[in-house]
Design a protein around this ligand. Structure first.
Ligand SMILES: N[C@@H](CCC(=O)N[C@@H](CS)C(=O)NCC(=O)O)C(=O)O
Length: 262
């Protein structure tokens, strides 16, 4: 089994630009022990001669030098992991965005990934670009299946923010999950049938946030009757790639607090 090894504890930048940013390196099966400056040449990559992809990701707000709780970033990291690519993580404190980060991405959002010497933003764009550049193993899914379950995230947020138990938001999330349960029953175990695809890697982190946030703030969980959904969640959450890239529950809880309190 591949093991996640973090090779440095530093996720900040020097003042001399991206060529000397200190990186946090995640890769499979090998530990490097000292902080190092970018760009770096590395002996091991899952793909011979490939440079590690540079990925800017949200930093944890509860534990120093750990990956934070952005589901869009996890989607990108899952894609990279499932394609067995090496990558360097640069953790960004979103509450205090460093100048080097705003310089390469004035919009100030993560994830961003460096592809063909350019920083690319937005998980939709990044994952599509990764699929084109690294088509094997394929995570492609037919367009008519790609948006399956895509309303679950917004209905989860609606329910999470709701202060009125009778405003229909719980019904809305239940309705989306029930549709998804039927879909999985007919087409599963994954959204594209027998193998994992980009759609699962997008939905999985959102379901993870839903489970933790609704469990914590509403003492709510997916009903047992929706057995295909609960099995799907267990399956996705236990993949190696997911375990290696998931946020700490404390970060997920802290991350949603302003929405719940707001
Ligand atoms: N549509 C974007 C959304 C990215 C996004 O909203 N990222 C959040 C973190 S999860 C962010 O960077 N927010 C900026 C901030 O908090 O200042 C994507 O899919 O990548």
């Amino acid at each position: 089994m591949a093991v996640l090894l973090r090779t440095t504890t530093c996720a900040t930048a020097s003042t001399t630009g991206s060529s000397t940013l200190l990186a946090t390196t995640f890769r499979q099966g090998r530990r490097l022990s000292r902080p190092r400056a970018l760009p770096t040449r590395r002996a091991f990559t899952a793909r011979a001669s490939a440079e590690p992809l540079e990925v800017c990701a949200k930093a944890s707000i509860t534990v120093p030098d750990r990956l934070g709780d952005c589901p869009f970033t996890q989607r990108v990291l899952l894609t990279i992991e499932e394609k067995h690519l090496a990558y360097d993580l640069k953790l960004v404190d979103l509450a205090n965005k460093p100048d080097w980060f705003l310089k390469i991405n004035p919009e100030g959002k993560v994830p961003i990934v460096k592809l063909e010497e350019k920083w690319v933003a937005d998980s939709d764009v990044i994952t599509q670009a990764l699929e084109e550049k690294y088509p094997q193993p394929s995570l492609a899914i037919p367009p008519e299946r790609a948006s399956t379950g895509s309303k679950i995230f917004s209905t989860f947020i609606g329910f999470l923010k709701s202060k009125d138990p009778n405003d229909g938001t719980e019904q809305a999330i239940l309705s989306e999950l029930t549709s998804f349960n039927s879909y999985l029953e007919d087409n599963g175990p994954f959204i594209n049938g027998g193998t994992v695809s980009a759609a699962d890697l997008s939905l999985g982190p959102k379901l993870y946030h839903m489970e933790i946030a609704l469990g914590h703030y509403k003492t709510w969980s997916v009903p047992d009757a929706l057995a295909h959904v609960t099995t799907y969640m267990k399956t996705i959450f236990s993949r190696d790639s997911f375990v290696k890239t998931r946020a700490l529950p404390e970060d997920v809880i802290a991350g949603w607090r302003p929405k719940v309190m707001g």
